[in-house]
Design a protein around this ligand. Structure first.
Ligand code: SF4
Ligand code: SF4
Length: 111
């Protein structure tokens, strides 16, 4: 039960920084060369919207977390993270990742 004991890994997407460039999606596919009918990492671009008079635009990523866990165990610096031009993705032990979301708009995926 990794979410309870803190022993799992987490993938963090900083919504404030992500520009929806599809780089992580391409990086994952480039790393593993899986067929085009598979999507281990998917970027979902969203339209801008206004919150309290401020324009925001939050894109999303959809990782297949079972793949990410194995990937991280093989390489703690996967290309999706190191290749993100906005430095919007982080991966690591859950207890190290969660504090990095403080004060930010983030999505955290656990595996
Ligand atoms: S997480 Fe990084 S690489 Fe992926 S879409 Fe956002 S900015 Fe691009
Ligand atoms: S952590 Fe590995 S498997 Fe997961 S999206 Fe990044 S490159 Fe793909």
């Amino acid at each position: 039960m990794s979410r309870i004991d803190g022993g799992g890994i987490a993938l963090l997407l900083d919504l404030d920084d992500c520009i929806g460039c599809f780089g992580c999606e391409a990086a994952c596919r480039e790393t593993y060369r899986y067929p085009y009918h598979e999507d281990w990492m998917k970027v979902v671009r969203r339209e801008p919207f206004v919150v309290d008079g401020e324009l925001r635009q939050y894109h999303l990523v959809a990782p297949v977390l079972d793949k990410c866990r194995v990937c991280y165990e093989a390489d703690p610096d996967p290309l999706c993270v190191t290749g993100c031009a906005a430095q919007a993705l982080k991966i690591g032990p859950l207890e190290e990742i969660v504090p990095q979301a403080a004060g930010r708009h983030c999505a955290i995926y656990t595996a």
